[in-house]
Design a protein around this ligand. Sequence first.
Ligand code: COS
Length: 380
Amino acid sequence: MDFSLSEEHIMIRDAARDFAQTELLLGVIERDEKQHFPAELVKKMGDLGFLGIMVDPKYGGSGMDTISYVLIMEELSKIDASASVIVSVNNSLVCYGLEAFGTEAQKEKYLTKLATGEFVGAFCLSEPEAGSDATSQKTSAIDKGDYYLLNGTKNWITNGGRADVYIVIAQTDKHKGSHGINAFIVEKGMEGFHVGPKENKLGIRGSDTHTLQFNDVKVPKENRIGDDGAGFRFAMKTLSGGRIGIAAQALGIAAGAYELALKYSKERKAFGTEICNHQAIAFKLADMYTDIEAARHLVMKAAWDKDQGNNYDVSSAMAKLYASKVAMEHTVEAVQIHGGNGFVKDYHVERLMRDAKITQIYEGTSEIQKIVISRNIIKE
Ligand code: COS
């Protein structure tokens, strides 16, 4: 067993850290306040290879492993979780889904542009009445010969108004339950595809979240991903990888808040000494440090499982469940350590606290992660 990072991993992590602390930090408060999508920064992240981290270089990707992906996600998320969710969705839900399950023609046409950042992708599973209960898809895709006729509504779609390529999950045969579901590639601008208003969110306010409407959209047959009826398993498998990305995001949010709290506690004085010298604060820091390190181990283990070709359904669920809990609890503590300043936007921790909450909700709520974990351990 070896817990050390390779020189290459350290270089990758440092490059992401450098980018986050110089480029992402600039204007992060304003982007959050104004719900401003960081289009310029997305382009720069594309140039750095952050939008197709694990994609094979023959499709324009960086050809890195999942450990590199989580290292990058952690560093970006310490500073700007709105930017990192764009990276996470593009990498693990869209690029991975296409690379692992798409046809050669789909990879040529879409993956090559998504991996370089020329295109941005979105993943559309959730519906008004199918969030956690993902098999209850109401969006339908009727087989019309050489195309499918797509109708329905998707909500809380990350990159919803900004994407070029949308992977849409829909019911093709409701009598077959989860085996009557398919995944389709829908392009921006297809007739009958409408983007609804942008959501006004508690956190990750710089990311672009919309409801999408599909009214008789003709999706060519060749845009179906995988075999007929394989769409639910495609979505589940893709989400297992997505959960590693979100776990790394939660880890980054927690670690970012911890680093700010540690620094502040060494500068701020009360009762004649820096507040880190008071046990009330020192013990909070000890708990944060320990829990964040434990979360990091779970995140790394899930990434390692994926890189080794092991099943990572449970390790990704555990990583997301635990890292998101740590992010929520310790961003609250980071605000507490900052006192009144923690309640003010300039100190960043209140934003990290707001951003933390979504990591317990999207790509499977904490309760869903417990379903995945418990079902798997019971059946063993
Ligand atoms: N990999 C491959 N196949 C999987 C799978 C996985 N990770 N998880 C489930 N499946 C398969 C099952 O094996 C089953 O196939 P069979 O019928 O051939 O046995 C099929 O998919 C249906 O699975 P299951 O019966 O477990 O479905 P449930 O309706 O009970 O739902 C949960 C399972 C709750 C785990 C699933 O609906 C889920 O993950 N929901 C959350 C969705 C989510 O994350 N939403 C957020 C949207 S993205 S922001």
